[in-house]
Design a protein around this ligand. Sequence first.
Ligand code: PLP
Length: 285
Amino acid sequence: MSRITYVNGRYVSHREAAVHIEDRGYQFADGVYEVCEVRGGRLVDERRHVARLQRSLSELRIPLPMSLSALSVVLHETVRRNRVSEGIVYLQVTRGVARRDFAFPTPGGRPSVVVTARTLDLASNDKIAAQGMAVVTVQDNRWERVDIKSVSLLPNVLAKQAARDRGAREAWFVDRDGRVTEGASSNAWIVSADGKVITRPAERGILRGITRTVLLDAIKAKGLVLEERPFTVAEAYAASEAFVTSASQIVMPVTRIDDRPVGAGTPGTVTLALRAAFHRHAEFS
Ligand code: PLP
């Protein structure tokens, strides 16, 4: 089956899907995106993802070029046309096409909208979750506005490649005070030896992950103690469990940090319980 992609009002063959070379997303990374999990053909936490999209757009003063109901139709239709049952839907909105000039183009231009959907291999994700994955720590060299889900991801690309080069699947950014901010494409969590679940507050230095937000409900429902505070790399080394969260991985156990085993070096019980519970707290549409 050939893939279908939505580009600026049309559903086109994925192979031929294109935006103009003077799209500001291409020229300046002047745009934002969202990734939403698809389960059983339904979108997971669409409402929260779209709310975050609106926030990212308004921070950058990019108007949303269609109504929220039309956007929802496009997201679902792209999933349907690609027959995605388990996977992800990707949405990108840029400031649109304009003659190359740093400042915003004069009003009247239309933002560009692209939506793609693809199937993910759930079994292989579960296999990784059963083994746990390795992360490496890298210096956080990103700009301050990482709360905006911008397509400007070069530091994240370099961090992810550094992880790959060192045999790991994810990189954890570390701030100047030696505290973990978040992963290159995920939020970072540890479980302390006395069972507290610890993650950095979303107010500064990280993207407020939707998976993170939903997981807070799961943590509460399980009666676990949550500490929203920055944690150091040393604390992470000494933790009994660690994991990351993102829409495409849900809760993914971390069993090695910088080549040191976390706890027993196997996925932790709290981590696996939260992974199993996650979708009970998510919204489906
Ligand atoms: N932090 C960063 C830098 C990310 O890129 C992502 C997801 O791509 C997340 C956190 C997790 O966000 P979410 O749970 O909404 O997927």
